[in-house]
Ligand binder design. Sequence first.
Ligand code: SF4
Ligand code: SF4
Length: 195
Amino acid sequence: MRAQDLLEDIHLSCPDATTRRQSLTTEMKELEKKEQDCMQCPGHCCTYQNNSMLVDPFQALELWVYLERNGLLEKYLPILKKNIQEFRLDKEVFIGKGREFRRYYTCPFFKQTNCGCPIDPNYKPYGCLAFNPLEKGVTESGHCESNLDLLQQRDDKFGDIEQRVNQRIKDELGLYWDKKSIPVALIELSKKLSE
Ligand code: SF4
Ligand code: SF4
């Protein structure tokens, strides 16, 4: 099945990517108006020192379709594979009760510069969108925070339907996982979509 067909079918009965991220993107814009932005920061939160972002199958599928629609898959597939090797992201280590050890990694999309995320906010992982500066002109780590209240409110609104969508994607593509690092989730999708 083509990823775009699956996503379009899912969005017939579930709010789209933009709508489900709206509270997070709106908050980010409000902070930017107050100059609580990332303009002067080299991007600490996207590097292996701080980043351990995980995505579920739904977020991964939306990101995949974003890359596909923008002709970026060919460029990024080898980068994703190299990133997995570099940070050993495919080495699963379970730490009890089915929980997997969470590895830190530099995001394969990060461009190693200020404002170095090339992904449209409407397709970014929720966790990336919710992590913002607490003050103006941040240049170092430790001055930013994840807005957990906003993440919870978003989850309260869309969590049930997203859970059903995640199950549908898992069933249709034969995925065994609930959350994976960004590169592993995308490569897993790549394998299943090409079967
Ligand atoms: S959220 Fe904070 S650490 Fe991340 S790029 Fe922005 S200012 Fe830097
Ligand atoms: S998706 Fe963008 S914001 Fe999120 S970790 Fe990667 S580069 Fe950073």
